[in-house]
Design a protein around this ligand. Structure first.
Ligand code: GNR
Ligand code: NI
Length: 174
């Protein structure tokens, strides 16, 4: 097991379209385990491949409450096969945009088809936080961040803050 570095915006690696997994093997399962460990350590409730430098269509989610036993979920090649017409705003954050938050409007419910870590086809009907998190993580697989769903004004405010923080961190560590 290993904790992987999380890529922070702005970074071109967060803007790529991730590639489908071809084989669900031990190497992939190792990467998924490392992503779960990284997500728990952050801490976060989700993490997508591109955030840790993988180009694969994989993501992990754990919505277990503080103090409850961990309940990591792993998704390979996820696809939204249905989304509700009803949408709702939810305050989102992102480990690649630390300390930044904004309300994002998304479908309240989604049906997601994916492969589990044994390579078996699965489907989940997600609502509430699981639906929000799955859509947020699947956006990462398309190179989309939550700020891409808000107004250009608020997006640029957040991205300017990120650029400033990155420069400051580079100066301090130099
Ligand atoms: O930890 C996270 N919290 C969160 C809160 C509201 C909506 C989405 C998320 S996902 C985020 C972790 C992350 O950046 N995943 O890509
Ligand atoms: Ni994110």
């Amino acid at each position: 097991m290993a904790i992987l570095p999380i890529i922070e915006a702005p970074d071109p690696r967060l803007k790529i379209k991730a590639k489908p997994v071809k084989a669900v093997d031990d190497r992939l399962r190792q990467l998924l385990d490392d992503m779960v460990e990284t997500m728990h350590a952050a801490p976060g409730i989700g993490l997508a491949g591109p955030q840790v430098g993988s180009e694969l269509r994989i993501l992990v989610i754990d919505l277990a409450r503080d103090g409850a036993p961990p309940a990591p979920m792993k998704f390979i090649n996820p696809e939204i096969v249905w989304a509700s017409e009803e949408t709702r705003p939810w305050e989102e954050g992102c480990l690649s945009l630390p300390e930044q938050f904004a309300e994002v409007e998304r479908p309240v419910e989604v049906m997601v088809r994916y492969l589990d870590e044994t390579g078996k086809k699965q489907e989940v009907h997600a609502k509430e936080l699981l639906a929000v998190c799955l859509q947020h993580e699947m956006d990462h697989l398309e190179g989309i961040l939550f700020v891409d769903h808000i107004s250009a004004l608020r997006r640029n405010m957040i991205l300017r803050k990120m650029t400033k923080t990155k420069k400051l961190k580079a100066t301090v560590s130099a």
